[in-house]
Design a protein around this ligand. Structure first.
Ligand SMILES: [Fe+2]
Ligand SMILES: [Fe+2]
Length: 298
């Protein structure tokens, strides 16, 4: 059996299928179908405290109008990323259905695919429009390539153990701090599913079966992902820079956003996720090249 399927993990889809019968069926099979892009464009889902903006003097000194624009942009950035990850989740789970060679895995991934479709529709209901150029975002582009190119075991490591483990921590914070009760409820449901996706990834991970090529591919992908984390809070800093520090680098906000303390904490969380997930050999290699330290990105 070929380990490589020709899969396109679309971020922005090239086609939209207009079909009333199909729409009716999809509406009856998911409560959120058809609600995509119905949110207000200035919706705020997380507070300045949750986003760490209250520590930034220029933000505290800004008018409430500018503060609200920054909060809305930060909310949108978080949802845009979740939206794209859940879309990618459908492609990941579907590829794993076909790569499964045991009945239990085929059932498991078939269920995951349906859950990722539900997660996607839940998130899509809270953003105002189809986000553009998703695949040109470095993280989302990497995720897309990882799904398209990965073999079964490398995908188990990268997606289920590493990214879904990380996603659990990320979504827990989004759920806990969310200002919108409906969206908080959706995150609660998503978290229940994602805990199973991550847990089954740990149960299925068998790194002994990796070839040298697969091991190197997995390691390269992990290095790219860790480097992106080590680079610091670019998303929030870029939004702050757009409104409050025209002509300067977003990094001027890094110290007030606590980059030096929080980024190493995130890297250590990721190290722990790999360790608990059974990928100690990858941790040892990444440790030896200092990928869990801030210095790599500096
Ligand atoms: Fe999901
Ligand atoms: Fe998932």
């Amino acid at each position: 059996m070929s380990a490589n399927l020709d899969v396109n993990a679309w971020m922005n889809f090239p086609n939209h299928r207009d079909n009333k019968v199909l729409e009716g069926i999809l509406k009856r099979s998911n409560k959120n179908y058809g609600k995509a892009f119905s949110a207000e464009s200035d919706a705020i889902y997380w507070s300045a405290e949750s986003l760490g903006l209250d520590r930034v003097k220029a933000y505290r000194d800004a008018s409430s109008e500018i503060q609200n624009k920054i909060l809305a942009d930060c909310s949108y950035a978080l949802l845009r990323e979740a939206f794209a990850i859940e879309r990618a989740g459908m492609a990941f789970a579907s590829k794993m259905v076909l790569l499964s060679d045991d009945l239990e895995s085929r059932i498991l991934y078939s269920q995951f695919a349906a859950q990722e479709a539900a997660h996607y529709q839940a998130i899509a209901a809270y953003i105002p429009h189809e986000p553009s150029d998703l695949a040109s975002d470095p993280f989302l582009g990497l995720l897309k390539a990882a799904i398209e190119e990965g073999d079964r075991m490398t995908l188990t490591l990268i997606i289920q153990v590493f990214l879904e483990g990380w996603g659990l921590l990320h979504y827990k914070k989004l759920q806990k701090d969310c200002l919108n009760p409906g969206l908080a409820d959706e995150f609660r449901q998503i978290l229940q599913d994602e805990a199973r996706h991550h847990g089954s990834g740990i149960a299925l991970l068998n790194l002994d079966s990796l070839t040298d090529d697969q091991r190197n591919h997995g390691l390269r992908t992990l290095k790219s992902l860790l480097s992106m984390v080590a680079a610091g809070p670019w998303s929030v800093a870029t939004i702050l820079q757009r409104y409050l520090a025209e002509g300067e680098s977003p990094t001027v906000f890094f110290s007030e956003l606590d980059h030096v303390v929080e980024t190493p904490q995130k890297l250590q969380q990721l190290r722990r996720i790999l360790q608990v997930g059974g990928a100690q050999c990858f941790v040892d290699q990444l440790d030896s090249e200092k990928f869990f330290q801030l210095t790599v990105a500096q």
